[in-house]
Design a protein around this ligand. Structure first.
Ligand code: IPE
Ligand code: IPE
Ligand code: MG
Length: 257
């Protein structure tokens, strides 16, 4: 008798780790800032900062998979970053292209589902094709959803959402917060629990302004290329000390627990 083949679970399509501690935020969003200052502090060109920042991303994605984070949203290029010198803009475009070329296989193998959030227009067709390919190839992965915010702006996202609501002829009284949320790029995902900003700036720079309404903010002076797994752990530990009230009082929260 021939034994039936053992059904091997494909690790890439397994759901996010179950039984993970509640204390790990489900959704972390990161404003990866400070590449330029990191380079300047070392007397290097800004492009070197971007290169090191990109390498750093690798280990942060891995750490998120390991910690059991379900969704990681990274701010890679804002709708305002087009205002930078053309050479730097080109470099940032090339970086994403290289990341897709070099990292896609590993990300796919590690169960990462890549999504693009942001405006497709203005992105060069060749790069856009690669982005779409990466999303398509990894769409069934379940271990970590990686939202890459590229040519992303929070205000622009809201404008796009409103335009589509009007195109869909939604009556005014049906426009609720829930409906608007469903028209955002992240419509099927929970809002970020924690937004991290590296390099010390105390602003959100047009990042997830709808979804981040109740996110906990963590700002560290550490520049993005130096924000390693340990720094991520520190951010999560600080998040775990926060009390998320969502408008309620501590007494109410005590009563709920
Ligand atoms: C973040 O680093 C990368 C992008 C915005 C694309 P910066 O390039 O903004 O670095 P600083 O803020 O100039 O140090
Ligand atoms: C925010 O950083 C955008 C990204 C990290 C992609 P910026 O460096 O562009 O933000 P500002 O200009 O200092 O607000
Ligand atoms: Mg910056």
């Amino acid at each position: 008798m021939i034994a039936a083949p053992v059904q091997q679970a494909d690790p890439a399509t397994q759901p996010a780790v179950s039984g993970k501690p509640d204390s790990v935020p489900r959704h972390i969003a990161i404003i990866m800032d400070g590449n330029g200052r990191w380079a300047k502090a070392r007397g290097l060109p800004r492009t070197e900062g971007h290169r090191h920042g990109t390498e750093n991303l690798r280990q942060i994605i891995k750490a998120c998979v390991e910690f059991g984070v379900e969704i990681l949203t990274i701010y890679a290029f804002s709708t305002e970053n087009w205002r930078r010198p053309p050479l730097e803009v080109r470099m940032l475009m090339t970086i994403l292209e290289r990341v897709i070329d070099n990292e896609l296989e590993e990300l796919r193998g590690n169960g990462v589902q890549i999504r693009h959030i942001g405006k497709p227009d203005q992105i060069a067709p060749v790069l856009l094709k690669k982005i779409k390919y990466a999303c398509e190839l990894t769409k069934n992965n379940r271990r970590l959803i990686l939202n890459v915010a590229f040519n992303y702006g929070g205000r622009d996202e809201i404008v796009q959402a409103v335009q589509r609501i009007i195109e869909d002829k939604v009556p005014a009284n049906a426009v609720t917060e829930q409906l608007l949320a469903s028209y955002m790029y992240t419509g099927d995902l929970p809002d970020p629990d924690l937004i991290v900003r590296t390099s010390g700036e105390l602003r959100v720079s047009n990042f997830l302004i709808w979804q981040g309404a109740y996110s906990e903010l963590y700002v560290t002076p550490v520049f993005w290329p130096d924000f390693d797994k340990n720094e991520l752990r520190k951010a999560i530990e600080e998040y775990n000390l926060r009390t998320r009230r969502f408008g309620k009082t501590d007494e109410q929260l005590d009563g709920e627990s």
